[in-house]
Write a protein that binds this ligand. Structure first.
Ligand code: PEP
Ligand code: MN
Length: 426
C-alpha cells in the first residue's frame, strides 16, 4: 500500500498570510519553531504535514518513509522503532517535535512494507514521501529550519536575515582584519573569505590554504564574526571544519557527491551554492546528499546561473527563492556578487533579494577592490557596503523581518566561544 504525503504550502515567513485554516486542519500533527537547527541523528529534524492514504498504490518502490509517532510515545518506543529500522540495515532519522516525534527512514532500495512498523508500540502513521528529495522537503518538515550558533545571536532562517560579508579570498592578515572590522561595524554577523579558491585558471591565485584559515580564526576571535569559508575537496574540508563555522560548498562542487557526503558527516552547518546550470531539483538533491549523511544544517545559496545574457557575469535567478521555499524548509540566501559580477549591480540585486524573501545575503567586500587578487570587479568598497546595509534594512522591515544594526565597537562583541571553529549549530 502506498501512502502519500500531501504538501502543506504554509511558511512561517509568509507572515500575515499564514493560513489558520490549514493549521487547524493539520492540528493532529504538531509543529514547533525549530530552535537549534536539526541535530545529529540523536537530536535532529522534524515533520508536520497533512497526510492522505492513497488506496490505489501498491508499494513504495524504495521511497524513503516517515513514521509519525503518537503524541505520548515514550523515548523507549521511539528508540524501539529506530532499532527496528536499523536492524533492517536502514538509516533512522529521528525528528523530534514539541509533542510528537517523526522518524525518517532512508536507505531502502526496495519496497518497504509499512505493516512492519504500523503495529509497533507508539506508532501513529507510516508515510512514504513522494518527492525524490525527502529530508530537504516540506513534506517531511513543514516549518522553516532555523540554524542557530551557540554563544551568539546569529542564525539562518529566523526573523533576522543573515548577512555574510568579506573578501572573495583571504589575501593577507591586514586585508582580512580591515575588512572584518568594517563589515562587523556595519552589522554583518558572518565573515566570508576563501582560503581555498576554485579558480578557472590554474595560474590564478589559489588561496592561502591553512594560513588563510588561521587568519579567519583570528577574525572570529577579534570581532565575534562567524566564519564562512569554502572547502574544495575532502582534505580542505577537514581543515575548514576545524577552523570555520560554516562550510561553504561552491557552485562548481554542487554535484561533487563525495564532497557532499563528507560535508554530510561534518559537525558544522553547510552553505551549499547552486551549480551554474542546476535545476531546482538538482539543487535540492545536492542538499539531500548532505542531509542523508546526518547533517541537517544546510543553507542554500542562489549565486546566478549561466544564460545567454552577457550584461552580467551570471544571471541571478531570484525566482528560485520562492520556488525553493515552497518545496523546502531549508533557509536560502542570495549571492548578488557572483550573481552579477559587477559592483554597480550588487546593491540593486541585494535589495531585490531581500524583497523576494531571501533569508540572507553573501556579499563580497574588499578594502581595495581594484587590487584584489580575485573578483575585484564585483567587490564593494567598504562604504558601499554600509549603504547597502542601510537600504536592505529598510526593505526587511517592510517584510516584518530585520537586519542587525551597525555596532560602534565590534571588538566589544562577545567573542564566539572556543575558537578553532567550535561555534557549530549543535
Ligand atoms: C565564492 O563564493 O567565492 C565562490 C567561488 O562562489 P561560487 O562557488 O558561487 O562561484
Ligand atoms: Mn568570489
Amino acid at each position: 500500500m502506498l501512502w502519500v504525503v500531501k504538501r502543506a504550502h504554509v511558511r512561517s515567513k509568509d507572515r500575515g498570510s499564514k493560513s489558520g485554516g490549514l493549521d487547524r486542519a493539520l492540528s493532529h500533527l504538531d509543529t514547533r519553531k525549530t530552535g537549534a537547527g536539526w541535530g545529529p541523528p540523536a537530536a535532529p529534524l522534524y515533520h508536520r504535514a497533512a497526510q492522505k492514504r492513497d488506496t490505489l498504490g501498491c508499494g513504495n518502490k524504495g521511497s524513503p518513509m516517515l513514521i509519525v509517532m503518537k503524541a505520548h510515545a515514550t523515548e523507549e518506543q521511539v528508540r524501539g522503532v529506530c532499532q527496528k529500522i536499523e536492524s533492517l540495515g536502514l538509516r533512522a532519522h529521528s525528528i523530534p517535535g514539541t509533542q510528537r516525534t517523526a522518524i525518517g527512514i532512508t536507505g531502502n532500495e526496495t519496497d518497504l512494507d509499512p505493516g512492519i512498523f504500523e503495529e509497533m508500540l507508539g506508532v501513529q502513521e507510516v508515510i512514504a514521501v513522494s518527492k525524490p528529495y525527502k529530508l530537504v522537503s516540506r513534506d517531511v518538515k513543514e516549518e522553516d529550519t532555523v540554524i542557530n550558533f551557540s554563544g551568539t545571536d546569529a542564525s539562518f532562517g529566523g526573523d533576522e536575515l543573515a548577512i555574510i560579508a568579506g573578501p572573495c579570498a583571504i589575501e593577507s592578515r591586514e586585508q582580512a582584519l580591515t575588512t572584518a572590522k568594517h563589515v562587523a561595524c556595519a552589522g554583518a554577523k558572518f565573515f566570508r573569505g576563501g582560503a581555498y579558491k576554485p579558480r578557472t585558471s590554474p595560474y590564478s591565485f589559489q588561496g592561502l590554504a591553512e594560513d588563510g584559515l588561521k587568519i579567519l580564526a583570528e577574525v572570529r576571535d577579534r570581532f565575534g564574526l562567524l566564519i564562512v569559508t569554502e572547502a574544495i575537496d575532502n582534505e580542505s574540508l577537514d581543515l575548514v571544519e576545524k577552523y570555520g563555522d560554516v562550510i561553504q560548498i561552491g557552485a562548481r562542487n554542487m554535484q561533487n557527491f563525495s564532497l557532499l557526503k563528507r560535508a554530510g558527516r561534518a559537525r558544522k552547518p553547510v552553505l551549499l551554492k547552486r551549480g551554474m546550470s542546476a535545476t531546482v531539483e538538482e539543487f535540492l538533491m545536492a542538499a539531500e546528499y548532505i542531509m542523508s549523511e546526518g547533517n541537517y544544517n544546510v543553507i542554500l545559496c542562489e549565486r546566478g546561473v549561466r544564460t545567454f545574457a552577457d550584461h552580467t557575469r551570471n544571471t541571478l535567478d531570484l525566482s528560485v527563492v520562492p520556488a525553493v521555499q515552497r518545496l523546502s524548509h531549508l533557509p536560502i540566501i542570495v549571492d548578488p556578487s557572483h550573481g552579477t559580477g559587477k559592483r554597480n549591480k550588487v546593491t540593486p540585486l541585494s535589495r531585490a533579494a531581500v524583497a523576494v524573501g531571501a533569508d540572507g545575503l553573501i556579499i563580497e567586500v574588499h578594502p581595495d577592490p581594484d587590487r584584489a587578487l580575485s573578483d575585484g570587479k564585483q567587490s564593494l568598497f567598504p562604504e558601499q557596503f554600509d549603504q547597502l546595509m542601510a537600504e536592505v534594512r529598510e526593505i526587511a522591515r517592510v517584510l516584518k523581518r530585520s537586519i542587525a544594526g551597525p555596532v560602534a565597537d565590534p571588538q566589544a562583541r562577545r567573542p564566539v566561544t572556543a575558537s578553532a571553529g567550535s561555534a557549530a549549530a549543535r
